[in-house]
Design a protein around this ligand. Structure first.
Ligand SMILES: Nc1ncnc2c1ncn2[C@@H]1O[C@H](COP(=O)(O)OP(=O)(O)OP(=O)(O)O)[C@@H](O)[C@H]1O
Ligand SMILES: [Mg+2]
Length: 113
């Protein structure tokens, strides 16, 4: 199992959600986030002085999936969340050791299908 953690533009979320659902991927966790990447935030200009707008609003989407589903979901995220401009976001993939459905104590793959 893998955790897919995508940091995306907030305005891309609705379309991504619909794309995931129509491809049969339902389980996810979403949270509001703020961050910066390589550009370290944007530079603002106020009365002749530059200042740092340090953090941009982003949405964090987390999904626990089977190994075999990972590449398809990465492709969907890139399809729905790419504008081609800087700031489109990042996807982080990590290994998940176990999943437990609280109601039934089912574990592993059984816990998220
Ligand atoms: N190394 C990182 N660790 C954690 N979060 C990150 C990292 N890089 C980017 N992020 C998150 O992703 C968001 C979008 O990053 P962004 O797309 O600007 O990355 P980038 O590396 O600067 O790529 P680009 O050059 O395309 O802008 C950031 O606001 C931040 O929340
Ligand atoms: Mg950037």
């Amino acid at each position: 199992m893998k955790k897919i953690e995508a940091i995306i533009r907030p305005e891309a979320f609705q379309a991504l959600r619909e794309g995931l659902t129509s491809n049969g991927f339902n389980g996810l966790t979403v949270s509001e986030a703020a961050g910066c990447g390589k550009q370290k935030g944007k530079q603002g200009l106020f009365r002749g002085n530059t200042y740092e707008i340090a953090l941009s609003p982003r949405v964090r989407v987390e999904m626990i999936v089977e190994d075999s589903e990972t590449e398809e979901i990465i492709d969907l995220i890139c399809e729905y969340c790419s504008t081609g401009n800087v700031g489109d976001g990042k996807i982080f993939i990590s290994d998940i050791r176990d999943v437990i459905r609280i109601r039934s104590k089912e574990r592993g793959k059984q816990a998220f299908i």
